[in-house]
Ligand binder design. Structure first.
Ligand code: SME
Length: 155
């Protein structure tokens, strides 16, 4: 139930551990992917206060904007384009400490300074990506990658 959604923890690691437990409980009775992506993006934004948290879903040769929390974002990204398209094409997570140094970065917000993108695998195929932007440089590291990867595995 929603009332039971509360996050403990004083470090990034313990916050993620608490978030994982809360999400497991929140997602377990809901089979709808869009509903779960909507709640996951809201939960991550609420706990960490990132600038933008959302999903792009594979639709043919493009990624199409899915559930998100934050400002209006570009609706479609071609395979290989931007950080999201590169993560999809290369089939791996990408941490960008400074978006101005990433060739081809797609700036949906001028406030974004760093970014992390995690691909979502289903039966060895990528079905979408989780994209998170921060207004701070160098905001993401391997701890974020590790726990965000576990979160998308729950979807
Ligand atoms: N910066 C992303 C585009 C999506 S927005 O950040 C929400 C990219 O380069 O793929």
């Amino acid at each position: 139930m929603i009332e039971q959604f509360s996050i403990a923890g004083s470090t990034k690691e313990t916050k993620y551990q608490s978030l994982l437990k809360a999400l497991a409980s929140l997602l377990k009775d809901e089979p709808d992917l869009i509903a779960n992506m909507a709640n996951v993006s809201a939960a991550i934004k609420e706990v960490f206060g990132f600038l933008w948290v959302g999903f792009y879903l594979v639709r043919g040769e493009e990624l199409v904007l899915g559930p998100f929390q934050g400002s209006i974002a570009c609706s479609r990204i071609k395979k290989g384009k931007g950080v999201c398209g590169a993560s999809w094409k290369n089939e791996k997570s990408i941490i960008v400490p400074d978006v101005s140094q990433f060739l081809g970065h797609i700036a949906c917000s001028s406030l974004s300074e760093s970014e992390i993108v995690i691909p979502i695998f289903k039966n060895n195929n990528i079905t979408g990506v989780l994209d998170i932007d921060s207004e701070h440089l160098n905001h993401f590291d391997e701890t974020d990658e590790k726990y965000l990867s576990q979160i998308v595995e729950m979807l």
